[in-house]
Design a protein around this ligand. Structure first.
Ligand SMILES: [Ca+2]
Ligand SMILES: [Ca+2]
Ligand SMILES: [Ca+2]
Length: 636
């Protein structure tokens, strides 16, 4: 089978993400005492305003096409403003002093910040926690480094030049096809390993299970796949290394029996296998993720939304051949081989802003000059950092106009929400550092008087893909499991699904599966319930089947099922065998049956609509001796 690593984009996103968030809309707040408000509102309307908000102490109004200064001039001196419009003011009763005292401000647009954000700072000099660690609650659970957890990472190697690993806890397998495991075959494997287990120190990032033992199997490099592309062989190497988790940020389109059986065996022996859903944005099922024994991982973004390219194959009834859970996969900050990434740091008037490195390297600082869309050279930009709006001409030509004007660096502001991520194209004739920034920061960036841009090499950087979500789940699994070593890998898988936070459409869906993994919720769940019982994900339909080979006359067999919230039907049937079994259904703790079925044979059936959530007892009573009866309970 043809395998590929799942990376769609490698971008050097901003080190900071301070979304102070403002934009000019000709919308203004006028502060006014309530006793004067009606007169002020009437005058604003007369001067062409649209009133939006009438609140205690202020109104908000749009003056189309008017700057803050011109609105102040009009509202602070309305007699003149009316006269300027050719209106007669002789009949107006205007309290000029009250209007002159009005305080008027821009009604800044507020944008919601993402639900989760990376720490602000520079990972080359301090440790930053990536957003996905917060989103998956990995920062709320302590990793037990002595619990024997070991994650086997099948990827492009882990480069020994990165300082953010506890190398005494990392082993690997060399392969004649791909070279040494601790020399990278591209940055992919190093990025993946950092998300699982980057050390908790004073530099770089922090992994989901910081410092966890890892075994690295390098199956591909820049020139493709080596001999270990037989994943069945790689799984065996993981077993030999004593790993209990296998993480695979790779996949391909065809299933293969030898491979499936290797992962079945690893799982049956108590392990956990996770693999990426793929980044083609379609419903194709990738393997190994598509095998039932392998947990398929999709991607979400920092705002609990979809990673659009995350694949979403349909689900079988058991829902283990499709996306089971998600984790952060968009713009994930992690480790790189030494200096293989580049990062930008953009500061304006002393405040750091989210930015992406578009092109060129360098460190500049100086006064700013706002160039609008920078469609021509402008000598006023000489010696300054150009602040430029996106639009009309290419990024490259904007930067070139800045540089040809004598500008020392370029900050290009997006014209849609979010940080601008772009390049200067194939033939880049510019040399000054250029960054993309967010529309949300436009007002502040245009207003800034000084700015600095630094674009330089980094051993930490961003990648996007289900390749990044997969090690996040592997790391969360190691983290939770390290505190509950009595569990099997399958139980950890079930707990992660049961405690995932639902995203997207209510309940299980093909894009998010059960939702984004939550380490603290999973840890708390096992602490409260243990890991011995089958975990039914909340709000999910399920079924249980029990067989009884023999029940004595006048005796009963009773078992309990747990019905989650929100079920509409609960159906229990008995069938098969010989004798006369009757069926009695009770809500746990109550002696009055909710349903009974007492035919003179073994074919009993009970249906309960909208069953209450909680434990239910199912009693099979032998009116005469019963042999080989099967009881099926299902709810949805
Ligand atoms: Ca670190
Ligand atoms: Ca699967
Ligand atoms: Ca959902």
């Amino acid at each position: 089978m043809k395998m590929s690593k799942f990376t769609t984009s490698v971008i050097a996103l901003a080190i900071s993400s301070a979304f102070a968030a403002q934009a000019a809309d000709n919308r203004y707040i006028i502060h006014v005492e309530d006793n004067n408000k009606q007169a002020v509102k009437a005058m604003a309307k007369k001067l062409g305003a649209n009133i939006h908000v009438d609140a205690n102490g202020f109104i908000s109004a749009t003056f189309e096409g008017k700057s803050l200064n011109s609105v102040k001039k009009m509202m602070n001196n309305p007699v003149k403003a009316l006269q300027d419009k050719g209106l007669n003011t002789a009949s107006e009763q205007i309290n000029q002093a009250a209007f002159a005292a009005l305080e008027i401000q821009e009604d800044a647009r507020r944008y919601p910040m993402a639900a989760f954000n990376d720490d602000i700072g520079d990972p080359r000099t301090e440790q930053l926690t990536p957003y996905s660690v917060y989103q998956s609650e990995a920062n709320q659970v302590t990793f037990n480094a002595n619990a024997g957890m070991k994650v086997c990472v099948i990827d492009s190697g882990l480069d020994k030049t990165n300082p953010d690993f506890d190398w005494s806890r990392i082993t690997g397998d060399n392969d004649s096809g791909t070279g040494n495991w601790d020399e990278h075959g591209g940055p992919h494997g190093t990025h993946v390993a950092g998300t699982i287990g980057a050390a908790d120190n004073n530099i770089g990032v922090v992994g989901m299970a910081p410092g966890v033992d890892m075994h690295i199997i390098k199956v591909f490099n820049a020139s493709g796949w080596g001999y270990s592309s037989d994943l069945a062989h790689a799984a065996q190497k993981c077993t030999n290394a004593g790993a209990n988790i296998i993480s695979m940020s790779l996949g391909g389109g065809a299933a293969n029996n030898a491979e499936e059986s290797a992962f079945d065996t690893f799982t049956a022996n108590g392990g956990l296998v996770v693999a990426a859903a793929g980044n083609d944005g379609n419903s194709v099922r990738s393997y190994p993720a598509g095998y039932e024994s392998v947990m398929m991982i999709g991607g979400n973004d920092a705002d609990n939304g979809r990673y659009d390219a995350s694949q979403y194959p349909s689900c079988s009834a058991s829902q283990d051949n499709c996306v089971e859970v998600t984790a952060g996969g968009v713009n994930v900050l992690s480790t790189y081989p030494e200096d293989m990434a580049s990062l930008s740091v953009t500061v304006a008037s002393g405040q750091a802003y989210a930015s992406t490195a578009m092109e060129n390297t360098g460190s500049v600082s100086g006064s700013t000059y706002y160039m609008g869309t920078a469609e021509a050279t402008d000598s006023a930009a000489n010696g300054k950092v150009c602040v430029i709006d996106r639009g009309n001409i290419s990024f490259h030509d904007k930067v070139q106009n800045c540089e040809n004007s004598g500008g020392i660096g370029a900050i290009i502001i997006n014209n849609v929400s979010g940080v601008l991520s772009g390049t200067l194209g194939e033939t880049n004739a510019t040399s000054i550092p250029a960054v993309g920034t967010a529309l949300e920061d436009k007002t502040a960036l245009v207003a800034a008087t000084t700015a600095s841009i630094d674009i330089s090499a980094s051993s930490y950087g961003y990648m996007t893909g289900t390749s990044m979500a997969t090690p996040a789940v592997a790391g969360v699994a190691a983290l939770v499991w390290s505190n509950h070593t009595e569990c099997t890998g399958t139980q950890i898988r079930d707990v992660l699904k049961a405690t995932a936070a639902d995203l997207g459409d209510a309940g299980h869906d093909v894009y998010f599966g059960h939702g984004v993994v939550k380490a603290k919720a999973a840890h708390d769940y096992i602490t409260a319930n243990g890991c011995g019982d089958i975990v039914t994900p909340p709000g999910e339909g399920d079924s249980v089947e029990k067989s009884f080979s023999s029940i004595r006359r006048k005796a009963s067999e009773i078992f309990t099922v747990t019905i989650p919230e929100g079920m509409s039907n609960f159906t229990i049937n008995t069938s098969g065998g010989t004798g006369d079994a009757d069926l009695y259904i009770y809500k746990a703790g109550s002696s009055a049956e909710v349903c009974k079925s007492t035919n003179s044979n073994n074919e009993e059936s009970c249906t309960i609509s909208s069953p209450a959530a909680g434990d239910w007892e199912i009693e099979v009573y032998a009116y005469s001796r019963v042999r080989n009866v099967t009881v099926t309970a299902q709810w949805n």
